[in-house]
Design a protein around this ligand. Structure first.
Ligand code: MCA
Length: 483
């Protein structure tokens, strides 16, 4: 759609409501109601007025750590409307972790849950100081700010990621990048206004917030919006839906649930999986149970979705071909490199990190290892970095090691991922104890500053860590110790 000079993706995401404000957008099974495109536009407009009221202006960063709700989505849309950069954070992050991100984003604007009570608050049920402010402004009839006139390259959101290096950086994602990615996905996945997505992903990551929602909203389609993933809820609601997007852990949990049957999956035309590799046994079990295949796709916070299989005919074990407008190649050390309009603008205030993330000829270095077949089909085989992916969450070993190294019982520690049936990988800490600590006296280290999903599930005691001639810990030896 052409909105004159304004490249704000807000206009595209809610365009379906222009002619038909009553068109359903979010069906909310927990609340037992449905919000239309018009309702969501109205709510985001009221939230935009609230953001303007507290003094936020285009380019300001708003850190948001709230539980999943349609109001959280309205807040994302409100940020687009006002030109404020939306910075969503995992709800599992501790206050210490959030403080780090606030400092890095150079902002004091924070919206948290009513339970945490930090900054302004937004609950899942219309509670919190943000809804209170909206109600107050509605009474006093304050002004509604105009829709921010965005240039295509303006940042819309900032998502923290450690890329391949392990140091947290804010990836600035642009209006153009999000729009081209959303449109490309709608095209490759053949999303139409008749589609109905079952949404059970968290909305603080690119996957649940952009990959899942945008292609559907751009097409004026409908979304059944679950507050959290549970196999029971998915089994109940899936028969009414045509699309399900998940991480491999969602699919293993569904397969472990007897009520997930062939009938439940029968009318779903597209199952996608990403954020972590799907194993062949899970693909096989899924096909046996449902006679359907899971469409794997490949993405990254910095790039959105890079490659995907097509619905219906996925080449199982591959992540498909590059999306329209994206280019793929395999560079030095078999590392996958990409180019195209979806890519991040830059890392927030880190020009060196931005420069280091690209090759001299302008390709983004993903850090994933892969091969391209002559038809351009990409198969991933691993990562160049030590990053662990557990249940679709990225975990950086260094961050955990730094906390373990401060424990007086520990001389040194090395953290790796071991294969795990449910989580894909689980966090394992190899620990060399100090002379005055034994395996018997060892107590669980103090890890309270780290989100719980980063905590080691196992401690393995060793007398020394394996090192190469340069003195570098050989993580591959520790990873292979699980076999
Ligand atoms: C929760 N726990 C975890 C994880 N999630 N442990 C390891 N890895 C995890 N991912 C732990 C909690 O710390 C807690 O442990 C216990 O599990 C229960 O927590 P709860 O929140 O109730 O767990 P859950 O609801 O069962 O969550 C599991 C989940 C969730 C549904 C698989 O992790 C999830 O939805 N993951 C999707 C992630 C995702 O969307 N990633 C996209 C990023 P304790 O009891 O010890 O406290 S990647 C991306 O965006 C790119 C672009 C891409 O390609 O998609």
């Amino acid at each position: 759609m052409n909105h004159g000079a304004n490249a704000n993706i807000y206009l595209d995401l809610l365009a379906a409501g222009n002619d038909d404000p009553d068109r359903p957008l979010f069906h909310r099974p927990e609340a037992g109601d449905t919000l239309s495109y018009g309702d969501v536009a109205h709510r985001s407009q009221a939230m935009a007025a609230a953001l303007a009221h507290i003094g936020m202006v285009p380019g300001d960063r708003l850190v948001v750590q709230v539980d999943k709700s349609t109001d959280a989505i309205a807040l994302w849309l409100a940020c687009l409307r006002t030109g404020v950069i939306f910075v969503p954070l995992n709800t599992a992050y501790t206050d210490a972790e959030v403080d780090h991100f606030l400092a890095d984003a150079e902002t004091t604007y924070l919206i948290s849950t009513p339970e945490r009570g930090r900054g302004l608050t937004l609950g899942t049920d219309g509670s919190g100081t943000v809804p209170d402010l909206i109600a107050q402004l509605a009474e006093t009839g304050g002004p509604t700010p105009p829709i921010y006139n965005a240039r295509p390259e303006d940042p819309a959101a900032m998502l923290f990621t450690s890329g391949t290096t392990g140091r947290s950086k804010g990836a600035l994602l642009t209006h153009r990048g999000l729009l081209t990615n959303g449109r490309a996905l709608a095209s490759v996945w053949e999303i139409t206004s008749d589609d109905h997505l079952l949404h059970s992903l968290p909305v603080f990551h690119v996957h649940g917030l952009f990959v899942a929602l945008h292609p559907l909203m751009l097409q004026g389609a409908k979304v059944t919006f679950l507050q959290r993933f549970s196999p029971e809820a998915v089994v109940e609601l899936l028969p009414h839906c045509s699309v399900l997007m998940g991480v491999p852990t969602h699919y293993t949990r569904l397969l472990d649930h007897d009520a997930f049957t062939r009938q439940v999956a029968a009318d779903v035309r597209l199952f996608t999986s990403g954020s972590a590799p799907m194993t062949m046994p899970v693909h096989r079990r899924f096909a046996e149970r449902t006679s359907r295949t899971i469409t794997e796709r490949y993405g990254m916070t910095e790039c959105g979705i890079i490659a995907s299989n097509a619905p219906g005919n996925p080449r199982v074990g591959t992540v498909g071909t590059a999306l329209p407008e994206m280019k793929l190649r395999v560079g030095d050390g078999s590392v996958v490199e990409v180019k195209g309009p979806h890519l991040l603008h830059s890392y927030w205030r880190r020009p060196e990190a931005t420069a280091a993330a690209f090759t001299d000829d302008g390709w983004f270095i993903t850090g994933d290892i892969g091969t391209l077949d002559p038809d351009g089909v990409l198969t991933l085989s691993g990562r160049a970095s030590d990053m662990i992916i557990s249940g679709g969450y990225n975990i950086y070993p260094k961050e955990v090691e730094q906390v373990l190294d401060r424990d007086p019982q520990i001389a040194e520690a090395a953290v790796v991922g071991w294969p795990d049936q449910e989580w894909g990988e689980q966090v394992v800490a190899f620990v060399v104890l100090n002379a005055d600590t034994t395996e018997e006296t060892f107590r669980q280290p103090e890890l309270a500053e780290l989100a719980r999903f980063k905590h080691p599930r196992q401690f393995v005691f060793v007398s020394e860590l394996p090192r190469n001639a340069m003195g570098k810990v050989q993580k591959s030896v520790l990873r292979n110790a699980s076999r």
